[in-house]
Design a protein around this ligand. Structure first.
Ligand code: ADP
Ligand code: MG
Ligand code: MG
Length: 353
C-alpha cells in the first residue's frame, strides 16, 4: 500500500506565491511510486479547495470528497480530510503544510492538524506561533541568553496614542539606521530601513498596514549567514551559507525576483563564529521547542560578533532556496531531505500517542 500525503499549499498570506513555488518543487521531488498525494489548495482569500497537483504524473491523486453540508469551506474540507484519514486509521496520511507566513506558518494550521489528529511535517503549534512573532521570538532568545540587536516594540493603539513617545524611545535606545518590521510576517514583506525621524514614521505606517504589532530594530552592518537544522529532540546542523544581495538589504525583490542575490555555500566564516552559530541555533531551536526543521539566520558583524536575527519555522523550500541547498551541501539531497522530514513527522506523531 502506498503512503498517503496531504499537500497543503497556497494560503491566505502575503507569502502565497512563495508557497506555490515550494509546492511545485516538493511535488516534483515526491516519489509517486511510494506516495499517493492529495493536494489541498488554500486560495489567497483563505478558501480551502481540493488540488490541483502542481507537478507530477496524473492518476496518482486521490480525490477529496468534500461534504455538501455546511457553507464553511475549511470545515467541509477538514471533514473530507478526516473521512479520507479514517479509511486507514493504522497508517494516517502525513500532512505537509507548505505554507509561509500568517495562517500557515504561525501555528494556526498546525492547531487544526492537531485537532484532526494527523501527523504533519515541521514545527508544532507553540514553535510555529512563537517563531512567527518577531517580538515573542526575541524575548525567548533573550531568555536563552542569545546575542541579538536591541529593539523597541509597540502595538497600533499605543502608536495612535503616543507617537512621540515611541519615536523618542526609539531614538534614545537605537542608533540610525533602524529596521522597522511587522511583527508577524516573513519574506521581508512590510520591512523598511529608516535613517531619520521622517522615514521612521513612514516605515512604521507601512509596517502597521500588515500587522497591529511592530518592531523597530537597531540596524547592523553585517554579513548574513544562515544555518539549517533538522531533527526533533536532537537536531543536526548543516554547514553555513551566506546571502549577498545587491540591494540595500535582503528585501522581497532580492529574495524572489531580481536574480542578483548570491548564495555562497559553504560560507567562508571563521571557525569560532561557525561554532557560535551552531550553539546559538541549537539553543534557539530548544527555547522555541521546535521540531522537524528550522532555518536559523544570523548577522556576523565586521568585528566578528554573532547575532541571531531570526528563525524561520517553514523556510523557503524550493530547490534553489537556502534551506535545501544547505542540506544538499551537507550530504542530503532534496528528495532525501523530504523523506527525512516525513520520517520526523511520523516519529513525533508516534511519540505523542
Ligand atoms: P523576514 O522574516 O521577513 O525575513 P528579517 O528580520 O529576516 O525578516 O529581515 C529581512 C532582511 O532585512 C534581512 O535578511 C536583512 O537583510 C535585513 N535586516 C533585518 N533586520 C536587520 C537589522 N537589524 N540590521 C540589518 N539588516 C537587517
Ligand atoms: Mg523570517
Ligand atoms: Mg529573514
Amino acid at each position: 500500500m502506498k503512503n498517503r500525503i496531504f499537500l497543503l499549499y497556497g494560503g491566505k498570506s502575503a507569502e502565497h506565491e512563495v508557497s506555490l513555488s515550494t509546492a511545485r518543487a516538493v511535488t516534483h521531488a515526491l516519489d509517486f511510486d511510494r506516495y499517493e498525494v492529495t493536494p489541498v489548495f488554500i486560495t489567497p482569500e483563505g478558501e480551502w479547495r481540493p488540488g490541483p497537483l502542481l507537478e507530477g504524473p496524473a492518476g496518482h491523486v486521490t480525490d477529496l470528497k468534500i461534504g455538501e453540508n455546511g457553507t464553511d469551506a475549511p470545515a467541509r474540507l477538514t471533514d473530507g480530510i478526516a473521512a479520507l484519514a479514517a479509511q486507514t486509521p493504522e497508517a494516517p496520511p502525513v500532512v505537509i503544510p507548505l505554507l509561509h507566513g500568517p495562517n500557515g506558518e504561525d501555528g494556526t494550521v498546525q492547531g487544526l492538524l492537531e485537532v484532526l489528529d494527523l501527523p504533519y511535517v515541521g514545527n508544532g503549534v507553540l514553535a510555529s506561533a512563537a517563531g512567527m512573532d518577531k517580538v515573542i521570538m526575541k524575548q525567548l532568545f533573550a531568555q536563552a541568553g542569545l546575542n541579538q540587536v536591541p529593539y523597541v516594540h509597540f502595538i497600533r493603539s499605543e502608536w495612535n496614542k503616543n507617537r512621540d513617545g515611541i519615536l523618542d524611545e526609539s531614538e534614545s535606545r537605537l542608533g540610525w539606521p533602524v529596521f522597522v518590521k511587522p511583527a508577524n510576517l516573513g519574506s521581508s514583506v512590510g520591512i523598511s530601513k529608516a535613517s531619520g525621524r521622517e522615514s521612521l514614521i513612514e516605515a512604521i505606517e507601512e509596517a502597521l498596514r500588515y500587522d497591529r504589532k511592530v518592531i523597530i530594530e537597531q540596524g547592523v552592518d553585517a554579513r548574513e549567514i544562515e544555518m539549517a537544522l533538522l531533527g526533533n529532540d536532537e537536531p543536526k546542523c548543516s554547514v553555513v551559507g551566506e546571502i549577498s544581495s545587491a540591494s540595500d538589504f535582503y528585501d522581497y525583490e532580492s529574495k524572489y525576483m531580481d536574480g542578483n542575490t548570491v548564495l555562497t555555500i559553504p560560507a567562508d566564516v571563521p571557525k569560532k563564529a561557525a561554532e557560535e552559530m551552531e550553539r546559538a541555533a541549537k539553543a534557539a531551536f530548544k527555547v522555541l521547542d521546535c521540531s522537524g526543521l528550522v532555518r536559523a539566520d544570523f548577522f556576523l558583524t565586521m568585528e566578528g560578533d554573532v547575532l541571531i536575527n531570526e528563525v524561520n519555522t517553514m523556510p523557503g523550500f524550493t530547490p534553489t532556496s537556502m534551506f535545501p541547498l544547505l542540506w544538499q551541501n551537507s550530504g542530503l539531497p532534496y528528495p532525501e531531505l523530504l523523506e527525512e522530514l516525513i520520517r520526523l513527522a511520523l516519529e513525533r506523531y508516534q511519540e505523542k500517542q
